[in-house]
Design a protein around this ligand. Structure first.
Ligand code: MG
Length: 391
């Protein structure tokens, strides 16, 4: 099927809008896109981050500013854990920017679908989707600024604050003593829960670490574990069976994320809720997990699913089937998305953007509230950002 055919389906199909939405004369302004500016930064983590499959020593940060004809600017971004950032910027410059310069910024879904179809041969996940995400986030920021609303209210405004759990002390390289000490500190600081990495060389070690942390923090705080897809179904079942009594709130990415059948096998053998989503790139795979009854908690990452538009579709679908969502990473953006819907569980505390922000989120009674500013309200300090600029 040719690209032209897909375009015709997109522009003239039964379920798609056939023309860019026009505004009633004299009431609303058009939001023609005037300029697109991209850049790339590399922001090193402030603590060493090691999990079962990788060490996270660099956070590339592709960045885009989209300016409309009135001079209103939306900012969007993406991230990697050290590879692919330059390719994401090139994708935005070569393939996404020309689409944007033909469009009205208010037609976000139309733009998203054009980006999806125009890049379908090389995209549908990975670096293309990460570039689309930066654009989509910028468009939503721009829309919310024009509406003079915080992003979470533009998207639904289900609540003003979201519980927070801390992952930034649960890394796999820490000794059991360090892990226990940091876990206790985070509970004392008021975090509602903590998550620790599993996947050490010995399953016995993982089991011992989980029970040591549970004993140290008591039964009340939420405790989650994350295997970062290290295991097969048999290994994941072994761990789950040995820690059933630890009161885990979820078991995250136990198995390769595309292997739905193995998750089905695991779920039949454990009562621990299964959380999956940070390595899933689109709503169709999430649909498959929901249809198979395989996951309890979905963890879409707005950057990896191509932006806020796709994140909201996953979240609303989850709600229809009685599942919770708890977004992965990028707390400064996800606090808005979590607050926009009623069935989100937590924001994940990893303060990856703090080194480049003017204003950081404040923990209050174990919760974060989205900034009460138009747009996503993330205030980047341009001088601090400049220190990390690559392109
Ligand atoms: Mg994870």
């Amino acid at each position: 099927m040719s690209l032209q055919h897909w375009r015709r389906r997109l522009e003239h199909g039964n379920c798609q809008i056939t023309e860019p939405v026009s505004c009633p004369q004299g009431k609303l302004k058009k939001m023609k896109i005037k300029a697109v500016r991209t850049s790339l930064y590399d922001i090193p983590p402030e603590v060493e981050r090691v999990d079962a499959i990788q060490t996270f020593v660099s956070m590339e940060f592709p960045f885009v500013e989209i300016e409309d004809a009135d001079g209103v600017v939306g900012t969007g971004f993406s991230y990697t854990i050290g590879t692919g950032g330059e390719a994401i910027k090139q994708i935005m410059d070569a393939y996404l920017t020309p689409i944007l310069l033909e469009e009205d910024a208010s037609n976000i879904d139309r733009i998203w679908n054009r980006m999806w179809m125009d890049t379908h041969w090389i995209g549908r996940g990975g670096i293309v989707t990460l570039g689309m995400a930066a654009v989509d986030i910028a468009l939503w920021d721009l829309m919310a600024k024009r509406a003079e609303l915080p992003l979470y209210q533009l998207l639904g405004g289900a609540r003003a604050a979201v519980p927070v759990y801390n992952t930034d002390g649960g890394w796999l390289h820490l000794s059991e003593d360090e892990l226990v000490r940091q876990s206790m500190e985070f509970v004392e600081q008021g975090f509602k829960g903590i998550k620790i990495k599993v996947g050490r060389d010995s399953l016995h070690e993982d089991v011992a670490r989980i029970f040591a942390v549970r004993e140290a923090i008591g039964q009340e705080p939420y405790l989650m574990v994350d295997a970062n897809m290290k295991w097969n179904a048999r290994e994941a079942i072994q761990l789950a069976c040995r820690v059933e009594e630890a009161g885990l709130f979820w078991f995250e990415e136990p198995i390769e994320a595309d292997d739905v059948d193995s998750h089905v096998a695991l779920r039949e053998k454990t009562t621990i809720p299964i959380a999956i989503g940070e390595t899933i790139y689109n709503k169709y795979v999430f649909k498959e997990y929901i249809a198979q009854g395989t996951a309890d908690i979905l963890q879409p990452d707005a950057v990896r699913v191509g932006g806020i538009s796709e994140w909201m579709k996953v979240a609303h679908t989850a709600e229809c089937f009685g599942l919770s969502v708890s977004p992965h990473f990028l707390m400064d953006l996800h606090v808005h998305l979590s607050a926009a819907v009623p069935h989100s569980l937590f924001v994940e505390y990893i303060p990856s953007l703090d080194p480049v922000l003017e204003d950081t989120l404040t923990l209050k009674d174990g919760h974060f509230s989205p900034p009460d500013r138009p747009g996503h309200g993330i205030l980047f300090d341009k001088q601090k950002l400049a220190r990390y600029q690559i392109f």
